[in-house]
Design a protein around this ligand. Structure first.
Ligand SMILES: Cc1ncc(COP(=O)(O)O)c(C=O)c1O
Length: 455
């Protein structure tokens, strides 16, 4: 892919003939799922940096970064080399009572120093879902309390426990009903849409009041709650950035009631929000930290739960997995951490994020189909609404914008439950490529806006 033009290049409008052929195979051999197969637009053949090339030779700017994994760029050559070198040295040496592998400790030695001060031990896993499940069990085992408090709109994975912990959308949870119990929920302080109002503050305080005045008064006493599971910025539901008082208030509440604060940074971490961890923006520290996705720079699956030693040791939990702490994945993690700091990627991502948010704010002034625009670091979103007064979600416009972008060489994560545009490119994307992507996005929003005005 390195030869030829690096800009987006659409040779044949997607889906091109080869993509169509493969998509037909997909429909034949993979079950229909929640994502409509007819909506798929291309089949990727290769990726590099911040570009994706499909099987028809179309090149797209990547504003999706492998669902938030390729934070240091697709197929980062140094990460790939770290993986290859380790694979030449050893395959899976499972962590058991009899054996271990050196890379697990080496990764811990790199990762713990970049975690908050109070996290001094960790478990390694394979996926974010597994790590969330582990965190839930750790909180319950260490506290001997049955309940975990979570927030509407969060997503933590697709296993039974993670689905119960993450109420992203009710109809997606039909098949896991009745839910694993032991959860209580509060509305996330999603200022643009929350129906909660506080007598003494904004949306953050309203959620904190709801916990005290509703949950603790009518559902479960504070003494039954083990901990709180929170996304510092909610990802899947559309990059909800909480008000500034929310996380500090939650930290204070956890301290007051003796609850563990478990922050899920699977997607918001590893630089996505412009710092290593999103919670750094609000000056709070978790007791448990869930890590995934970006840890291996988009190469090998690996995830972790880092936390206070007294909690992790105290839980004495039976937690492991065949591929957990795979040596090559650990090597990828070490290299990714090195690159993030060495190449000043947080600074780069923050600068691009500010530029991107400015562009979105300007677009909002021009195009009434945009409701709220928001973001933290290089994680941005723009809501599409039928009109600004009712704030009614416009799924059709969101689909049109996405289609327009794809036809013009810009890819971002989109599915049928999204009424928003979500921007999360690799954090080291070149500025010119990012600007080009934002131009394509603006063209698409303008076209959707013109279409809305005409109809
Ligand atoms: C906040 C959060 N937690 C957990 C998960 C689950 O991670 P995985 O898909 O690696 O199991 C995700 C995935 O998107 C996520 O965004």
């Amino acid at each position: 892919m390195s030869s030829g033009p690096r800009v987006p290049l659409i040779k044949t409008p997607p889906p091109g003939p080869e993509s169509r052929r493969w998509l037909a195979r997909e429909a034949a051999v993979f079950p229909r799922g929640f994502v409509d197969q007819a909506e798929r637009t291309f089949v990727a053949a290769r990726t590099e940096g911040s570009l994706i090339e499909d099987v028809d030779g179309n090149r797209y700017i990547d504003f999706g970064s492998g669902w938030g994994t390729n934070n240091v760029g697709n197929c980062n050559p140094e990460v790939v080399e770290a993986v290859n070198a380790t694979m030449r040295q050893m395959g899976v040496v499972c962590w058991t009572s009899a054996a271990n592998n050196i890379q697990r400790m080496q990764l811990a030695d790199k990762l713990l120093p970049v975690c908050p001060a109070r996290t001094d031990k960790l478990y390694l896993f394979t996926t974010g879902t597994e790590a969330v499940e582990a965190a839930l069990r750790i909180m319950r085992r260490a506290s001997h309390r049955p309940f975990v408090l979570s927030f509407y709109g969060q997503y933590h994975g697709l296993s039974y426990g993670a689905m119960a912990a993450g109420p992203l959308q009710s109809d997606l949870r039909e098949d896991v009903a009745p839910l694993v119990n032991g959860f209580v929920y509060a509305p996330y302080p999603y200022s643009y849409r929350t129906p909660l109002r506080s007598r003494s503050g904004g949306a953050g305080q309203a959620t904190l009041d709801y916990i005290e005045e509703i949950i603790l008064t009518y559902e479960v006493p504070a003494s039954q709650i083990a901990g709180v599971l929170v996304e510092p910025v909610v990802g899947e539901a559309g990059v909800w950035v909480p008000p500034d008082d929310f996380l500090p208030g939650l930290r204070e509440m956890c301290d007051r009631h003796g609850w563990y604060l478990c922050i899920d940074e699977v997607q918001s971490g590893f630089g996505r929000c412009g710092r290593m961890w999103a919670f750094e923006h609000w000056g709070v520290e978790p007791d448990l930290l869930v890590i995934g996705k970006g840890l291996s720079g988009g190469s090998m699956p690996i995830a972790a739960v880092a936390g206070r030693a007294d909690i992790l040791d105290g839980a004495e939990a039976f937690l492991a997995g065949t591929y957990a702490g795979h040596p090559a994945a650990c090597a990828a993690g070490m290299k990714t951490i090195e690159i993030l700091y060495r190449d000043k990627i947080f600074e780069h991502a923050s600068a691009l994020g500010e530029y991107g948010l400015r562009r979105l704010v300007e677009m909002r002034e021009k195009y009434p189909i945009l409701g709220e625009v928001r973001g933290k670091g290089l994680w941005l979103a723009a809501e599409l609404v039928k009109d600004r007064d009712s704030r009614q979600k416009d799924f059709g416009a969101a689909r049109d914008v996405n289609r327009h972008c794809l036809r013009n060489g810009l890819y971002y994560i989109h599915d049928n439950i999204a009424w928003f545009v979500r921007i999360q490119p690799p954090l080291n994307i070149e500025r010119s490529l990012f600007e080009q992507g934002m131009d394509i996005l603006e063209d698409a929003i303008r076209a959707a806006s013109d279409h809305t005005v005409k109809h």
